[in-house]
Design a protein around this ligand. Structure first.
Ligand SMILES: [Zn+2]
Ligand SMILES: [Zn+2]
Length: 169
């Protein structure tokens, strides 16, 4: 067996963290790495001591989104669970600013706009993700560029067996 490279090693840990999530819509895991050292792990979930999605059900909101399809613009209705704190936000809540300066975040899913905005102001220098999230991709990419942050997708990566769950958008 060949030795795992660092990207695979840390993304595997992010996927392991994601298995703690109780949200039926999306299991997201994130880890903070400073110079090959693991400084924190997080997943999406309700605040501590508050019923989570498996107990109380997802807290769904409906949103209308303008999408480009078949050469025209279409309004599409989408649902989103707002019960959980996103994995990236929990990671920021449980790590120190000092530790984050120049660090790398490995996250199973491409961050949403809000998380990307927070990460951009958190001291983190690089974001590495696996599953794309097309909704905010262009906006987030533009933000990373103007902030001078590295932003990479692991295209060849395969999550560890048993850690991958279906995503409901
Ligand atoms: Zn949920
Ligand atoms: Zn998010």
């Amino acid at each position: 067996m060949t030795r795992k490279d660092w990207d695979t090693y840390f993304m595997d840990i992010a996927y392991m963290a994601s298995t703690r999530s109780q949200c039926g819509r999306r299991h997201v895991g994130a880890v903070l790495v400073q110079g090959k050292k693991l400084l924190g792990t997080a997943y999406n979930g309700a605040p501590m001591g508050v019923p989570d999605c498996s107990e109380a059900g997802c807290m769904l909101v409906e949103e209308f989104e303008l999408v480009n399809a078949d050469g025209g613009e279409q309004v599409v209705k989408k649902q989103r669970c707002i019960r959980t704190i996103h994995a990236e936000q929990n990671l920021l809540l449980f790590t120190d600013r000092e530790d984050r300066e120049g660090s790398v975040v490995y996250v199973t899913d491409q961050p949403c706009w809000t998380c990307a905005n927070m990460l951009a102001n958190s001291g983190i220098a690089e974001i590495v993700y696996h599953r794309p999230y097309p909704k905010d991709a262009a906006k987030v990419r533009g933000l990373m560029d103007s902030r001078g942050m590295r932003f990479r997708m692991l295209e060849q990566y395969e999550p560890p067996a048993g850690t991958l769950t279906e995503v409901h958008n």
